[in-house]
Design a protein around this ligand. Structure first.
Ligand code: 5AD
Ligand code: SF4
Length: 455
């Protein structure tokens, strides 16, 4: 391309809400728009193209999109007065679920694009620029999307790698099976090629992503491949020192996957495994396909395989029909399992999901009160888990500079953020850090010895 043909530099601002899949997708959108001359900027104010990558999982998240669009309407009007055009795009799960509604409610929006059509963004944006053509992108199958998007560019020692999308579980509270569609696994060879490309760029830790990541399945030359087979293959990729995966479903914790936690040292001893409730009655109404006892049994199997495994989970409080007794069963499960960290949410009624039409919707005040009690217990456990690391020596993968001058930071095997004094050339290495302090969210410590630094 000659200079005369090279497009002028345009500014792109992407605001990402929701899950790590969206963080991943935002990076892909940035990559796919770069050849059109779009360079990312840190704020919307002087951006020519603004993309809201949205999350539909709770009602509050959807409402946030509309209030954000209100602010963008003013921004767009101000820029228009100054003679510059702003293009506003809504992407992500709200786009998928409410495309027509967004165009109706928020005329500021130029284009709505669902998660399966990001590879078409350049074309769609070009069409908007000419103010012609369709405004809502059609659906594509996920493999078309993955194949058409450029390979990810690594920006550090840790990276996400999307291996699976969609969900066939149909929990009665959840929009994901409707917005992200059916479960789809990327082929083994493509995942491996992407992992090799990331490792070659300096990535040392991979987190495999999927709405139901442990439902991944594929094929090898010899036959069927399980998710454990995929992890085993990735552990052999040169340069990859650590593997993680998120988010898992308890019913997909197969024996070979559990066993792998005890066999594969690169698989980190920390697992996010959502349980949602400690009441089997509520779990049934949620269509979770497991009881509270099943969940506790999975944890016991994991701990038998890998005694130091730390756990994280998700809870929903105030699901329709939840009584005080059901909620107490949730608190009891928390006490029984013991979590290193957890997310807890108030049930949010999502139109179109079966739970939205259920009897016994819980009073907001009751749900808020339960959420506060659950938060308090989970916060206590998280602080205790972090404090228990004091005086231990942990292998820390160094990710970059810390907040203070001379300070570096990295992650422990349990995904805790660790700060210590050290030199920037440690980035990308796994070093021993002796932990001396803790808060609810991070650890502080000191480098044990430069000699014990491993590659
Ligand atoms: N209301 C509240 N929380 C929800 N989640 C999913 N759908 C809802 C809903 N309708 C939570 C679940 C899930 C996490 C990603 O979001 O806990 O595991
Ligand atoms: Fe939603 Fe349930 Fe699927 Fe998770 S497993 S994405 S909560 S339907």
């Amino acid at each position: 391309m000659t200079n005369a043909q090279r497009p002028l530099l345009k500014r792109l601002f992407i605001e990402t809400h929701g899950c790590q899949m969206n963080v991943y997708d935002s990076e892909r959108m940035r990559d796919v728009l770069a050849p059109l001359g779009y360079a990312p900027v840190g704020a919307p104010d002087d951006a020519d193209l603004i993309i809201l990558n949205t999350c539909h999982i709770r009602e509050r998240a959807t409402e946030k999109v509309y209030s954000e669009l209100g602010r963008l309407r003013d921004l767009k009007a101000r820029r228009a007065e100054a003679g510059v055009k702003t293009t506003v795009v809504v992407a992500g799960c709200v786009a998928q679920a409410e495309g027509e509604e967004i165009m109706r409610r928020a005329p500021v929006v130029d284009l709505v694009v669902g998660p399966q059509a990001y590879h078409k963004l350049p074309e769609l944006i070009a069409r908007v620029a000419r103010a012609t053509g369709e405004r809502v992108a059609a659906d594509f199958t996920p493999d078309e999307k993955f194949d058409a998007l450029p390979a990810p560019k690594a920006e550090g020692v840790t990276a996400f790698l999307s291996v699976q999308e969609g969900c066939d579980k149909f929990c009665t509270f959840c929009v994901v099976p409707y917005t992200r569609g059916a479960e789809y696994s990327r082929p083994l060879e493509k995942v491996l090629a992407e992992a090799r490309a990331l490792a070659a760029q300096g990535v040392r830790e991979l987190t495999l992503l999927g709405q139901n990541v442990n439902a991944w399945h594929g094929a090898t030359g010899e036959g069927e491949a399980t998710f454990a087979d995929l992890l085993r293959a990735l552990a052999k990729v040169e340069g990859i020192a650590r593997l993680r995966y998120t988010t898992s479903h308890p019913v997909e914790m197969s024996d070979d996957l559990v066993a792998l936690h005890g066999e594969e040292g690169k698989l980190m001893p920390f697992l996010h495994l959502p349980v949602q409730s400690g009441s089997s009655r509520i779990l049934k109404a949620m269509n979770r396909k497991h009881t509270a006892e099943d969940y506790v049994a999975v944890i016991a199997r994991l701990r038998a395989a890998r005694p130091d495994i730390a756990l994280s989970t998700d809870f929903i409080v105030g699901f329709p029909g939840e009584t005080e007794k059901d909620f107490e069963a949730t608190l009891a499960l928390v006490r029984e399992v013991g979590f290193a960290s957890a997310y807890s949410f108030k049930y949010s009624r999502r139109p179109g999901t079966p739970a939205a039409a259920m009897q016994g919707q819980v009073d907001d005040e009751v749900a808020s009160d339960r959420l506060a009690r659950l938060h308090a217990l989970l916060g206590e456990q998280q602080r205790a888990f972090n404090a228990a690391q004091i005086s231990r020596t942990l292998p820390v993968l160094v990710a970059g500079k810390g907040r203070m001058p001379g300070q570096m930071h990295g992650r422990s095997p349990y995904l805790q953020s660790v700060h210590f004094d050290g030199a920037p050339d440690l980035v990308g290495r796994t070093i021993d850090v002796r932990i001396s302090g803790s808060t609810q969210n991070s650890l502080a410590g000191a480098l044990v010895s430069a000699e014990r630094v491993s590659a």
